[in-house]
Design a protein around this ligand. Structure first.
Ligand code: B1M
Length: 211
């Protein structure tokens, strides 16, 4: 890892928001690729935060301040990831499922989708099946994207797909799922149209689902 990248990585783990802002900007000014800064400096730091939490070295407050530093850094990357300059290719409604407050991955997927030319309606976190159905009716999206980071909230994805079926809107909408515990096999089981392990592949998959 370069010195810049190490500083970004450490500042996120330490939850040092100001240092994250400065180091991300410095890395970009030095000409480093935004995708590399994101994956190697930032996402890998969040993985380490998760490991430290599992080991009992970090608790919820440490996870929270690390997440705030991460979100601040993402604010700087956002214009670089989003600025596609192309006509909307479709409409996506996205949210983190009911009972789940993790939004960093979902926000990244939303950014990459915007960058790929989608109009994105972000419902935020803790989104119930009923709220997804309401949004499907109100916005008539091409795609609904659901994110879940907890094994305990994954069943809400299936409940949402069933609710979309019952409301009679499932056939006109593709459903894309993702989040750390979600797998291809789970997506098949709940009859989603697609699963992606990361944000950039989610945007590509969203495009291919429409063709
Ligand atoms: Co939480 N947390 N957390 N947490 N947290 C995890 C998820 C955990 C794995 C940590 C651990 O134990 N190692 C664990 C879940 C265990 C499990 O269910 N198996 C956990 C736990 C237990 C909890 C609490 C229950 C802790 C507690 O209170 N005792 C609690 C639950 C709160 C709730 O949601 N109801 C909790 C709370 C929190 C914070 C609020 C403190 C904070 C979140 C802040 C926020 O999001 N604003 C937090 C954090 C930061 C994490 C970790 C450390 C990091 C998550 C993250 O942002 N990663 C996480 C550990 C880990 O994941 N290794 C952990 C970076 C992000 C870019 O990756 O979200 O995976 P990710 O997104 C990726 C892909 O998954 C994919 O693309 C993204 C980018 O490439 N993707 C999609 C995501 N959504 C997609 C949707 C798609 C397609 C791809 O299509 C639509």
């Amino acid at each position: 890892m370069t010195e810049n990248m190490t500083t970004i990585y450490n500042s996120i783990i330490e939850g040092a928001k100001d240092e994250t802002l400065v180091s991300v900007q410095q890395a970009l000014d030095a000409g480093l690729d935004p995708g590399k800064v994101l994956n190697e400096g930032m996402i890998s730091a969040m993985k380490e935060v998760g490991r430290l939490f599992e080991e009992g070295e970090f608790f919820v407050p440490e996870m929270l301040i690390a997440a705030r530093a991460m979100q601040a850094g993402l604010g700087i990357l956002r214009p670089l990831l989003v600025d596609s300059g192309i006509e909307p290719v479709g409409k996506v409604v996205i949210g983190t499922v009911k009972g789940d407050l993790h939004d960093i991955g979902k926000n990244l997927v939303a950014m990459m989708m915007e960058g790929a030319g989608f109009e994105v309606i972000d419902l935020g976190t803790d989104v119930s099946p009923e709220q997804f159905v309401e949004a499907a009716k109100a916005h008539q999206p091409d795609i609904i994207g659901m994110s879940a980071l907890l094994t305990t909230t994954m069943p809400s994805m299936e409940a949402t797909i069933k609710a979309l079926q019952e409301a009679g809107v499932r056939k006109s909408i593709k459903v894309l799922v993702g989040g750390a515990p979600v797998t291809d096999a789970f997506a098949d089981k709940i009859k989603a149209d697609g699963f992606s392990p990361d944000a950039s592949r989610a945007a590509n998959l969203a495009k291919s689902l429409l063709t």
